[in-house]
Ligand binder design. Structure first.
Ligand code: MN
Length: 316
């Protein structure tokens, strides 16, 4: 065990004995041996970075806490066994970096994974990191693609506190590149972001539409790209389920509702990768770390089951 393991309750790493790097256990290492890189369908990439955090902090500890909690998962997710496809856990990237250097590091790591025909699973870290992921995907064999975002916030500001790399601007950087965007569960946005939605043709089903009506399936527009990257800000879930995040907002998505929405996307398009961002563990509340780990694993399961049905699709 290791000297880097300073961010989370150290006892959460007790019993972990397989490490992707110092302090970073391999995903589901209680059940799996780290496979050869080339043999794994899922590539977990921890990005413990929080360079522009605006309210509550702590997301730099997110990936480590999720990896530790993943040791409590069952490999059978209730419907299938995504671990059987192989899960490789990378050493963390981007710790302590900022701005363009951070984006480049994340883009390169993501690009390597997708160009090998594998699925990146990015664990954050703050949401600004997703811009680097998108850069990597844009230059990869998987382009063109659209983005589906689960989030309490629109993240469409031109800049936030003067920073264009802010987590509050991450989706603006994406739509500026003409990448189609569908937002799910948003319930906090400013007028600038309402205008940006119109200007860039952003698709959305906001929380006030989805949550009171219990809607857990949506349809993507017919012209939405065949390849989809899924970005999950954990604050898209209701704080009753997931309070361990920097900027929680009431009225969010339920657990089964979130899973249902992801499943409905996975049945309509090919999900080429996904992230789970903005998780900020709360000391002593390991339920939330487990929730984030289970969410990541459940999404792997949806991808596994969808791939069984759409294996004829190779590229757009
Ligand atoms: Mn958010």
């Amino acid at each position: 065990m290791s000297s880097d393991a300073i961010n989370i309750d150290p006892h959460l790493l007790d019993g972990c004995d397989q490490w992707a790097a110092n302090g970073y256990p391999v995903f589901l290492g209680s059940e799996l041996t780290q496979p050869d890189r080339a043999d794994a369908r899922f590539h977990v990439l921890p990005v413990p970075n929080e360079s522009t955090v605006s309210y509550g902090g702590g997301t730099a500890a997110g990936p480590q806490a999720i990896l530790a909690a993943s040791w409590q998962l069952e490999t059978w997710d209730g419907q299938s066994d995504p671990a059987s496809l192989g899960i490789y856990t990378h050493a963390p990237v981007g710790a302590g970096q900022q701005g363009a250097a951070l984006m480049t590091a994340v883009a390169e790591a993501t690009g390597e994974i997708v160009n090998a025909g594998q699925i990146p699973v990015i664990l954050g870290g703050e949401h600004s990191i997703t811009a680097g992921v998108i850069d990597g995907l844009s230059r990869s064999d998987s382009a063109p693609f659209g983005v589906v975002q689960i989030d309490a916030h629109a993240d469409l500001r031109e800049a936030y506190e003067g920073n264009r790399y802010s987590h509050a601007s991450v989706m603006r950087r994406i739509v500026e590149q003409q990448i189609p965007l569908m937002q799910l569960g948003v319930r906090a946005l400013c007028q600038e972001e309402v205008r940006a939605r119109a200007e860039f043709g952003v698709h959305y089903h906001d929380a006030h539409e989805l949550v009171p009506a219990g809607i857990s399936q949506i349809e993507l527009p017919p012209d939405f790209p065949e390849h989809v990257y899924l970005t999950i800000d954990v604050d898209g879930l209701d704080p009753a389920v997931m309070p361990a995040t920097g900027t929680p907002v009431p009225g969010g998505l339920g657990w089964y509702q979130t899973l249902g929405l992801v499943e409905s996307i996975s049945k309509q398009r090919r999900i080429i990768g996904f992230d789970v961002m903005e998780f900020a563990p709360i000391a002593g509340f390991h339920a939330y770390s487990f929730t984030a780990a289970l969410l990541a694993y459940k999404v792997m399961g949806f991808l596994q089951r969808a791939e069984g049905k759409t294996s004829a699709i190779t590229s757009a």
